[in-house]
Design a protein around this ligand. Structure first.
Ligand SMILES: Cc1ncc(C[n+]2csc(CCOP(=O)(O)OP(=O)(O)O)c2C)c(N)n1
Length: 588
């Protein structure tokens, strides 16, 4: 039966219908829904791993044990999983193994814009790049077949528009999962140097075989039209190029690594002007130019950064009637803010007040870097807060500066890659204040379960990791609790952590109000007492606004948005803000 589903849903369905047995991933936009949808299938085992390296390694185990396995992650997740990937390419697989990676051109929700096609080249593995939901669905099955036929892991790459846009999918008959034999094969799976040397040669031979396969597979198809313009493209870029040039000729690549050289030569020879349309890096273009083929339009006219669209392609082709519309000037800025009642708000209100140097991390709390808080001063990658703070403290000490850095990290990020940073800091006599915002969920990506939340992805009760004993076991002696809703206590706790020499860890255990649907009575402003000083606005809550202009503007609270955490009220020196029992209109 036809379905209208997103690319991520299609991959999940494709996995279930292709006899998928085991799936493991780590959340990250735009990949997250894939594994959540696998969980909804109900009859396929799946789990959130602590991080992407663990997810891929678990999938490798699943494949070695004979089950078709899938690992899902966002583009930066592959950096974390790169270590197993670069050797998995040598061992190959037993049952098929797909690494699904979702890229984010335009950085809708990411810290960088890396192009995962580089990883396929780097790891010398085949990569598929679907252009719509149907292809995303079909390429899971094709991917497993290629993986098993060529004894290789396969990367299935999407981009935000493919992952999140919906399209029609006609599912095929389901392949019943079959779990193959679990065979001991030391030279295949143990990458000691002597075995690795043999395997590397096999990887190069495999790549040549895949190249031959690329020449004939229907995954790479020529769609001849007007021969004036010939476009080589893949994925969502194909959709944009089709829209821009409906009558042109196309070589649409589905298997984007390795490239079909003969097919490309033939296509290039059959058209007048060769155009390469690809988002982000010039992966096709560099390889095609290296073949000695003349490319008229590529990155000389199309951007390396951000998403491509039909207007940009038309303009690159010299269509002077196309206007690339510039953004409207003068609109008010609407930066993202913490949810009403998020515990992170209180923490950053105080960090901002204390003017601490904050080594940040990736999660909802990263918003603490934005105005009016401006209380996060570096953010690199998941887990970097603690290790970077450690390096800062060491160099501060060498420079004779006595400022102690503060690291802020969430629970999911701590489990992902903060633990090792803290271990290293403790072992090497570090001197940072580490604040772990343990809201018992992976908030930023939509509230997924994690080792601290007490449930698995499939809803089974799980051991809930307590962070304080874990931190102590890593070698940290000073560990205390924090309640970021209490500004006075938070300030005192942070000051103590900064004044105490050596590593100090504070843990806030207030749960994510959005994920756990926590409701509290809304705050009301006593207009007689409010002086309009606006001190409360420093907490940057979207429930707060100003009364109608005219006389002196005062503060008002939108009861439909306020969730009564009372952080704003603690900023008020005039006792004008109070929670009204029984008046909770918060619409969570
Ligand atoms: C390597 C990597 N994997 C995944 C992500 C996507 N991601 C961004 S923040 C985040 C987790 C945040 O959860 P947590 O640390 O618990 O903080 P919260 O958002 O709940 O405050 C994830 C998974 C990423 N940016 N980088």
């Amino acid at each position: 039966m036809k379905k209208i589903i997103s690319g991520n849903e299609a991959i999940a369905l494709g996995f279930g219908d292709a006899g998928g047995v085991f799936a493991s991933g780590y959340p990250g936009t735009p990949s997250t829904e894939t594994l959540e949808e696998v969980a909804r299938l109900g009859d396929v085992y799946c789990e959130w791993a602590a991080n992407e390296k663990v997810a891929l390694e678990a999938a490798i185990g699943g494949s070695i044990a004979g089950g078709r396995s899938l690992s899902t992650m966002k583009h930066v997740g592959v950096n974390v999983a790169a270590d197993p990937l670069m050797t998995l390419t040598y061992t190959g697989v037993n049952a098929g193994l797909i690494l699904m990676v979702a890229d984010d051109p335009g950085m809708h929700s990411s810290q960088n814009e890396q192009d995962s096609r580089n990883y396929a080249k780097f790891a010398k593995v085949p990569m598929l790049d679907p252009a719509d939901s149907q292809e995303a669905y079909d390429m899971v099955r094709a991917g497993f077949e290629i993986s098993e036929q060529f004894d290789t892991p396969l990367m299935l790459r999407t981009t935000t528009r493919i992952s999140h846009a919906k399209g029609v999918v006609v599912p095929h008959a389901k392949v019943e999962p079959q779990i193959g034999e679990w065979v001991k094969d030391v030279p295949k799976y143990v990458m000691l140097p002597n075995f690795g040397k043999i395997k590397h040669v096999q990887v190069e031979e495999r790549l040549l075989k895949l190249q031959e396969f690329a020449e004939t597979t229907p995954l790479n198809r020529v769609e001849m039209g007007d021969t004036e313009i010939g476009i080589i493209t893949s994925g969502v870029s194909y959709q944009h190029a089709r829209e821009a040039c409906p009558n042109a000729s196309f070589l649409k690549l589905g298997l984007v690594h390795p490239l079909p050289e003969r097919k490309i030569r033939e296509f290039a020879a059959s058209v007048k002007r060769l155009v390469i349309v690809e988002e982000m890096d010039a992966i096709f273009e560099e390889q095609i130019r290296a073949m000695g083929i003349e490319v008229e339009i590529g990155k000389n006219k199309l951007p390396l950064c951000g998403e491509i669209n039909a207007d940009l392609i038309r303009a690159a082709l010299g269509d002077t009637t196309t206007k690339v519309i510039p953004p409207v000037e003068g609109l008010p800025q609407r930066p993202p803010v913490f949810c009403p009642s998020c515990a992170h708000r209180g923490l950053f209100t105080i960090l901002s007040k204390l003017k601490a140097f904050v080594s940040g991390d990736i999660g909802c709390y990263t918003l603490g870097a934005l105005p009016p808080m401006g209380a996060m001063h570096s953010v690199i990658d998941m887990g970097a807060s603690i290790s970077a703070a450690h390096g800062m403290a060491k160099v501060n000490a060498l420079a004779g500066r006595d400022e102690k850095p503060v690291a802020v990290i969430g629970d999911s990020t701590f489990f992902h890659s903060g633990i090792t940073g803290l271990l290293s800091l403790a072992y090497n006599g570090g001197n940072a204040l580490v604040i772990i915002m343990d809201n018992r969920t992976t908030g930023m990506t939509g509230g997924q379960e994690n080792p601290g939340s007490g449930n698995t992805l499939q809803g089974v009760a799980a051991k809930q990791v307590e962070i304080a004993p874990l931190v102590k076991a890593l070698g940290i002696e000073n560990v205390a609790e924090l309640d970021a809703y209490d500004l006075e206590a938070t300030e005192a706790a942070i000051k103590k952590g900064l004044e105490t020499p050596g590593p100090y860890v504070l843990i806030d255990k207030n749960p994510c109000i959005l994920r756990y649907r926590i409701r509290k009575p809304a705050i009301k402003v006593d207009q007689d007492k409010c002086t309009g000083c606006r001190a409360c606005l420093k907490v940057a809550c979207m429930a707060l606004g100003l009364t109608a202009s005219g006389e002196k503007q005062k503060v008002r609270v939108d009861p439909n948005v306020c969730n009564g955490c009372g952080v704003c009220a603690q900023m008020c020196k005039f006792d004008a803000m109070h929670a009204i029992e029984g008046e909770n209109n918060a619409n969570l």
